[in-house]
Design a protein around this ligand. Structure first.
Ligand code: HEC
Ligand code: HEC
Length: 376
């Protein structure tokens, strides 16, 4: 079903291919060329020409530090990440954990993003929206006449199979350190998440002492199990899919269009007349790199930053201003240092109060000072 490791593998492979392509580079007056091809050096999208995009190269000339291209993962590494957990139990290991253990782990490792009791918010998905058995009208209804009766899109009400939850937590969470939880921990967290969705197993509510194991987990029947059409599970799956797609009234407006669907007018038009020399923005070879961190005398806020804040601030993937990104911090500091400090103390959007720490205000300000000092 979900094969995120494929993405990992292909990223590493692409990086390897790019590195072998970097055989020679020379800088001319109008740009940088590698192997006779103009280099494209940023997150800019260039139009497709004659059905092809230009070849992409990593521009090593813009970086003073060597670029690490990664390597092809070993068979063992691929095996480690190659986990599929299927509704029938295939791939689900033995293990156990209680709701209470899950609650503690949740507080420690998940609540900073998914908030108390999985209520979500600030861009982080909720893991429950109350009792999952309520408002369980099928997705079929929702498709034909979208209204509020459809399943709410959180785990409890929407996901057809609980196996996806186990798999998702094991291979994807906590977001910054996937694959760091033991199987027992994943059972405990699954038990906790089932309990906050008020889901029952064979009619039994999951109270604090409830211990979830493989056998019980496979008995979870999700409310929206049959809500998806066509039903793709089971021996009839392929037939259901064929039948579904043979009847065009099941989707779209009842007509099928394979060519000339827009009466000759494509929805997306290519940019006219743009040659390789007049891309906008122009292809540049210069880019400002973040300044190197001070090497003498470590900043007092550095250690705390690394321990408590880097989890969200080291990249912009969590929506947090990225440390080292001058522009991002310039924008933040427009509010004035005082407001920024107050926002960090009180919390703001996806930023938990004090970044989820119990630092006193002065220590927190020290950390912010560090973050700013390496971002200018
Ligand atoms: C640093 C932030 C962060 C932490 C910590 C974190 N998550 Fe997540 N989690 C996310 C984000 C972001 C997504 C959405 C990812 C996406 O859609 O690609 C997500 C998605 C999920 C989902 C899927 C929700 C849905 O309906 O799609 C589950 C389940 C989940 N997390 C469980 C956990 C558990 C359990 C933990 C603790 C072990 C945890 N998360 C810790 C950020 C976090
Ligand atoms: C769970 C993720 C997370 C953690 C942990 C975290 N931050 Fe943030 N932080 C954010 C997000 C998201 C924002 C952006 C909030 C917004 O713009 O709505 C932010 C914004 C900020 C801002 C800018 C506030 C403003 O006025 O724009 C500061 C300063 C900050 N964080 C400091 C810290 C410090 C110091 C720590 C560690 C002690 C920390 N953060 C830990 C997610 C986090």
């Amino acid at each position: 079903m979900f094969k995120s490791y494929h993405k990992l593998v292909s990223t590493i492979l692409v990086a390897t291919v790019a590195s072998t392509a970097l055989l020679s580079a020379d800088t001319g007056a109008s740009g940088t060329y590698m192997n006779g091809k103009k280099v494209i050096d940023g997150g800019v999208t260039y139009p497709i020409r004659q059905g092809k995009t230009a070849l992409y190269f990593v521009n090593e000339t813009i970086s003073t530090q060597p670029i690490v291209h990664g390597r092809t993962p070993t068979a063992n590494e691929v095996k480690h990440w190659d986990i599929d957990v299927m509704p029938d139990g295939t791939g689900l290991p033995e293990g156990s954990g209680t709701v209470e253990e899950g609650d503690e782990l949740y507080e420690e490792k998940c609540a900073s993003c998914h908030f108390d009791f999985g209520t979500g918010g600030a861009g982080y998905p909720a893991l429950q929206k109350g009792n999952a058995y309520e408002g369980r009208d099928s997705l079929t209804n929702q498709r034909n006449s979208p209204d509020d009766d459809g399943p709410i899109r959180v785990f409890g009400t929407y996901w057809p199979q609980a196996s996806t939850l186990w798999w998702y937590i094991k291979t994807g969470m906590p977001h910054p350190s996937p694959m760091s939880l033991t199987n027992d921990e994943v059972y405990a967290l699954s038990a906790y998440i089932l309990s906050i969705n008020e889901l029952e197993i064979e009619g039994e509510e999951l109270d604090d002492e409830y211990e979830l194991n493989r056998e019980k987990f496979l008995k979870v029947v999700m409310p929206n199990r049959d809500g998806f059409v066509p039903v793709i599970d089971g021996p009839k799956g392929p037939d259901n899919v064929r039948e579904f797609f043979a009847d065009t009234t099941n989707y779209g407006n009842g007509t099928r269009c394979m060519h000339n669907c827009f009466e000759g007018k494509p929805l997306l038009a290519r940019i006219k007349g743009a040659g390789i020399s007049d891309y906008q923005p122009p292809i540049s070879i210069k880019r400002e790199l973040p300044p190197k961190a001070k090497t003498t005398g470590e900043h007092a806020g550095k250690k705390t930053y690394e321990a408590s804040c880097a989890i969200c601030h080291a990249t912009d993937s969590m929506g947090a201003p990225e440390v080292g990104n001058k522009k991002a911090w310039e924008a933040v500091l427009k509010k004035g240092l005082n407001s920024v400090e107050q926002n960090a103390i009180n919390g703001m959007g996806g930023m938990p109060p004090k970044g989820g720490t119990s630092l006193d205000d002065e220590a927190l300000k020290e950390v912010i000072d560090y973050m700013i000092s390496v971002s200018q």
